[in-house]
Unconditional design. Sequence first.
Length: 367
Amino acid sequence: MNLFKKKEKFLLLDVSPKKISGILISLDDRKKIRKEKSWDNLEKMRSSRGQTFIPGVSRIIAACDPELAFKIFVPLVMEREEISEAIGKVELENLIAQAVSKIFNHYRREASMILGVDELDTILADSNVSDFEVDGHKVINPLGFKPKEVRAVIEMAFTARKTFERVKAIKKNGEFFFTEKGQAQASATKRSGAKRADFLKIGASKSYFYPGKHSEEFYRRSEIEWSVNDIISEICGSWSLGENAARAIYDYYIKEDVSRPVERHLSKIFSKPVKTLATHVKKVKTGGKVRVAGAVPANLLGQDKFQEIDFDDFSVKSGFSFDEAEFGSGKQAFRQLAPFFEFYYDNSDNEINGWLKRRLSWLGSAV
């Protein structure tokens, strides 16, 4: 891509219910990513000193915890009345706006239930339209064609008004790219070169599954009724330990800092909850291996079905490079940088999406 100038800077915001942390990264023309600065809690700094001064930022990329944001991809089918004329800008804008207006309230209502907020306080934080087809043929841009039918996929990112206001308060002036952490990692996973890239994000209290392909109707994440807490509970019950002690033992296990006999014993203890997880995933996946991000080793889940994210492989195929001294291990770098990769490969800066954002403002868009 030639959209990025030499040594551009981007502010990555990590939005959780308790705080908003951030890192300032730079990208040079050789796709070298550097960490310029980091903040543990930008909200705390803002409240004590006013807005944090962060100069020269090209874009603010805000990635929310899954419980704070919801992204959905919905296919649009747009029939034309006059097919003798080529599609122009005004007609395409109207076709997209009319199609989105028919479905918007339905999916905002769904987002409000998932996020647990009132529908009126559920706002569209970001949107994007892509995957155009004219009469069954994929095109980058439908302008100039004379099709009977135009298809596309609309991506809508919803959040609570309170969450959006927290993000905007960090830096009032600037262009925002708004996403959800699991979706950002799932999107980056697709760039790993796999034909299908189903993605599983394992959390401390909840887990989410992201299918690798759009279905005929829509694409959305599925909540998995399983978390790392299931393993912690198993340790507590098997060894009669308190939660803190059980978590400490599990941390040692994840870091491979236990003896071989203890590792074998723990693996046996974990077999029941891990089998439950695999059963949950089997209900929602449709084929291929599942890429996993979270504190459960893929080898514990089973190499035949699950595979950990290989950031080195992603780096080679995407061309990005970074200094491990700045970002930590490949897994840590992937988690931190996935929202940037999603933004980098996103096409929402094109003219069509400019029209879309303007037209969606009256439907409850915050942008």
